[in-house]
Design a binder for this molecule. Structure first.
Ligand SMILES: [Zn+2]
Ligand SMILES: [Zn+2]
Length: 217
């Protein structure tokens, strides 16, 4: 099921490449708007906390994203998630883990047991491994098998994940980083952060490979 990438040719255009992507495709990777809100990673004048995060503060304290979720970053993320291209995980992770703060614990967003069985791996775990830090794999669990967020309209995603996660021990005063491949509405990450905060975590930061920009941007 897992494929391995050939050395010497670009994953996207198949042209000659010294790395996983050729220099042109690498330069084409979509960057996030700057300055951005430190809390949600969307555009914000002066890099201050944005109006949305001020009006309705999310349970997470910060979001770091490597790329915007747009072509061709979406191709890479989907190949990792759905086609078992696991060699993309250290590559995408290396873009992300350039700019992170130090935290007490690193937690990949868990999959349900059903989804893990179906897919055979958790892409968030594969990405988190590239951080080079010990991972807390049993700390946060997915209690409920829910429909894929990607299959639902944005308005239903928050309800879909409510109560979906549990924390297996107290985290009093700890700072925690939560790793995922894509942040779209942030509903899943908000639910994970709320779960970690209820267990006592003092700070929760999202580390995501790609951030979906609002449709009107
Ligand atoms: Zn290329
Ligand atoms: Zn914000």
């Amino acid at each position: 099921m897992f494929s391995f990438l050939f050395r010497g040719s670009c994953f996207l255009c198949r042209g000659a490449a010294e790395n996983l992507l050729c220099a042109d495709c690498f330069a084409d990777l979509p960057r996030l708007p700057s300055p951005a809100c430190p809390r949600c990673a969307l555009a914000s004048p002066n890099g201050a906390t944005c109006g949305r995060c001020l009006a309705e503060p999310p349970p997470y304290d910060a979001t770091v994203a490597a790329l915007a979720y747009a072509f061709p970053a979406d191709v890479l993320v989907q190949a990792l998630k759905f086609r078992g291209e696991l060699a993309l995980a250290p590559f995408l992770g290396s873009l992300l883990f350039r700019k992170i703060e130090s935290v007490d614990l690193v937690v990949p967003v868990p999959l349900s047991r059903e989804r893990l069985r179906e897919r055979g791996y958790n892409q968030a775990v594969e990405i988190a491994r590239a951080s080079g830090r010990p991972l807390e794999l049993g700390l946060c669990t997915r209690e409920r098998h829910t429909p894929q967020q990607a299959d639902l309209p944005w308005s239903e995603r928050q309800k879909n994940v409510r109560g979906a996660f549990a924390c297996t021990r107290r985290l009093d005063g700890k700072s925690v980083a939560v790793v995922d491949d894509v942040m779209t509405t942030g509903a899943t990450l908000a639910e994970v952060a709320a779960t970690l905060k209820s267990a006592g975590a003092s700070r929760v930061v999202n580390w995501v490979v790609a951030r979906t920009l609002p449709p009107h941007d």
